[in-house]
Design a protein around this ligand. Structure first.
Ligand SMILES: NC(=O)c1ccc[n+]([C@@H]2O[C@H](COP(=O)([O-])OP(=O)(O)OC[C@H]3O[C@@H](n4cnc5c(N)ncnc54)[C@H](O)[C@@H]3O)[C@@H](O)[C@H]2O)c1
Length: 324
């Protein structure tokens, strides 16, 4: 639930692309914790479309001009790391609080640099790993908490996208990091061991991974990500002694306890109280974590130092891969 404790954070946004205008502009427009004070895109048409849809007059095609002119308290720089990395570094070097989308750079080198710059310049940061802020997942976690700690969790991320991934980033950096990050959030603690298998199913690049992540909490996280499956779904199964939850984070979930097979049904939409994708998929929660952190000066859960750990695990799985 949104609690208003202070003046809305004055936010500038770089990037008016497809994800940004689908989830971040709406989240920031609806949240009482934020006010969009300026937007920037190289593409004048996109800039004007976003400006009109979200009622922002201050529009710029150069991000430095925007930042100097509107002096926002925090910046969202949303777009592929292929071309946003330099802007992210610039913002951090100038002490700006920064929200970016996953992945935190294309390489471990970039992720390490970003976490370093954020810490050196005392910036509040956040990577948009919204699945750990999913309303239905958070609800299930709170329902199961009374039973005891998580024994194990499964995260399956499937798509039917059988063509080679020819862009600069691979499937791991594009999607795999979401599954790793979600398991880290629900299992808690640190990963101390990894068992993994990767495959190339009809493509030159890796498009299947399965991994067991062993946590120092005693929990085991299992992930299976495949891009040659029958449909798109992001599912989490969460187990504690005597209860479990089986959740499609953007759809229906079931919670079972004490051996009963009846269970109770929930939906992401009913728990979020909204049919708007940005709300029920966790993007609004993720932004509000960041906006509160900007006000309190205490890092949000997916600050760059934390997201770096997700990148390190992703790289380890890739390094362990055998080209079979
Ligand atoms: N969290 C999720 O579930 C999820 C889902 C899909 C995508 N993503 C992530 O979102 C990001 C992509 O965001 P998008 O879809 O909004 O991007 P996009 O590629 O659609 O748009 C990027 C925009 O940035 C603009 N731009 C590029 N360079 C610029 C510059 N120097 N100054 C100003 N504007 C500039 C482009 O003109 C473009 O309009 C990726 O990192 C992707 O991984 C996350």
């Amino acid at each position: 639930m949104t609690t208003v404790t202070a003046q809305p954070v004055r936010v500038g946004i770089v990037g008016a692309g497809s994800l940004a205008t689908r989830v971040h502009y709406p989240s920031l427009t609806k949240s009482p914790l934020a006010r969009i004070v300026g937007i920037c895109d190289l593409d004048r048409d996109r800039l004007d479309r976003a400006g009109e849809e979200f009622a922002v007059e201050a529009r710029f095609t150069d991000y430095r001009t925007m930042l100097e002119t509107v002096a926002p308290e925090a910046v969202y720089v949303i777009g592929q790391p292929e071309y946003m990395y330099g802007i992210w570094c610039w913002c951090l070097s100038h002490g700006l609080d920064l929200f970016v989308e996953k992945p935190l750079g294309l390489t471990l080198h970039q992720a390490t640099n970003l976490a370093y710059l954020a810490e050196e310049n005392r910036c509040i940061t956040q990577v948009g790993f919204q699945r750990r802020a999913s309303p239905v997942l958070m609800y299930a976690q709170s329902e199961l908490a009374a039973y005891g700690p998580v024994t194990h969790a499964l995260c399956s991320f499937y798509k039917w996208q059988p063509e080679p991934m020819l862009g600069a980033r691979d499937h791991m950096m594009d999607d795999g990091v979401h599954a790793i990050d979600t398991l880290r959030a629900v299992c808690g603690g640190e990963v101390v061991d990894i068992h993994s298998i990767t495959r190339r199913v009809g493509t030159p690049d890796i498009n299947f991974f399965s991994a067991q992540l062993v946590f120092d909490t005693g929990a085991v996280g299992v992930l299976v990500n495949s891009w040659t499956s029958g449909r798109r779904v992001f599912r989490v199964d969460l187990h504690v002694p005597g209860a479990c939850a089986e959740l499609d984070l953007e759809g229906v979930g079931h919670i079972y306890s004490d051996g009963s097979t009846a269970g109770s049904d929930v939906t992401a939409q009913s728990i979020a109280g909204s049919d708007a994708f940005y709300a029920y998929a966790g993007f609004l929660n993720k932004s509000e974590e960041f906006l509160r952190a900007v006000r309190t000066r205490h890092q949000a859960p997916s600050h760059f130092g934390d997201a770096l750990k997700t990148m390190q695990i992703a790289e380890q799985i890739l390094h362990r891969s055998r080209a079979i």
